[in-house]
Ligand binder design. Structure first.
Ligand SMILES: N[C@@H](CCC(=O)N[C@@H](CS)C(=O)NCC(=O)O)C(=O)O
Length: 210
């Protein structure tokens, strides 16, 4: 299988962590987002949305959307489970994952930031304030209240919640978002940093890192 990604893409980072936790090997194919490679015809043929990640299976089928890809991996290789069997816990795990993927991340992606800068003529300062506001407001601030680190978001093993939270924290730090008021989230981050699966997925460990 081939994973089309970009070292700094937090959505691709989620998939890398899941692959590593499940010990599934894939070929990593970089798509340089700042050079616009995601909008080239050969990539659009794989993902008409022009977004990474995209997972190409050995038969040529292409899967898109990080959470859909991770659910596919969960079926392909059920252990270790990223979505708990207990349905209440599973809903809590998914709620954190969806808060990151649906409430925070879409407001910070390259195409949205470009629109703020180029079409709405906002400067670096305004764009930075936008990013930090939406990372915290209704995002990390609310996640802080719903998790109970032990030491991961929902217990002794990492779940889809941790898989989504850690890349979002990388992104938050990149934009100097204040995080000191989020002790539970910082404790989860420290626990994940102990695991090789998370460390190997770090953006600066990728072959396209720059
Ligand atoms: N909801 C999608 C988000 C994918 C996404 O927005 N990817 C970003 C990188 S993190 C991207 O490809 N951006 C390119 C662009 O905005 O042009 C997922 O979870 O896979």
């Amino acid at each position: 299988m081939k994973l089309f990604g970009y070292f700094r893409s937090s959505a691709a980072y989620r998939v890398r962590i899941a692959l590593n936790l499940k010990r599934i090997e894939v070929e990593h194919v970089p798509v340089h987002l700042l050079r616009g490679e995601q909008r080239r015809e050969e990539f659009l043929e794989k993902n008409p949305q022009g977004l990474v990640p995209a997972l190409e299976l050995d038969d040529g089928t292409v899967l898109t959307q990080s959470l859909a890809i991770i659910e596919f991996l969960e079926t392909l290789q059920p252990e270790p489970r990223l979505i708990p069997a207990d349905s209440v816990l599973a809903a809590k795990v998914r709620a954190v994952a969806l808060t990151v993927a649906c409430e925070i991340h879409p407001l910070n992606v390259v195409r949205v930031l470009d629109y703020l800068k180029e079409e709405l003529h906002q400067g670096e300062e305004e764009v930075g304030a936008w990013i930090r506001h939406w990372i915290l407001n209704g995002g990390l601030d609310s996640i802080e209240q719903t998790i109970a680190p032990a030491p991961f978001c929902f217990g002794e093993k990492p779940t889809l919640a941790d898989v989504c939270l850690i890349p979002q924290l990388f992104n938050a730090r990149r934009y100097a978002t204040p995080l000191d008021h989020l002790p539970k989230i910082l404790a989860v981050e420290a626990a994940c940093a102990e695991l090789p699966a998370f460390r190997a997925a770090d953006p600066f460990q990728q072959k396209d890192a720059e």
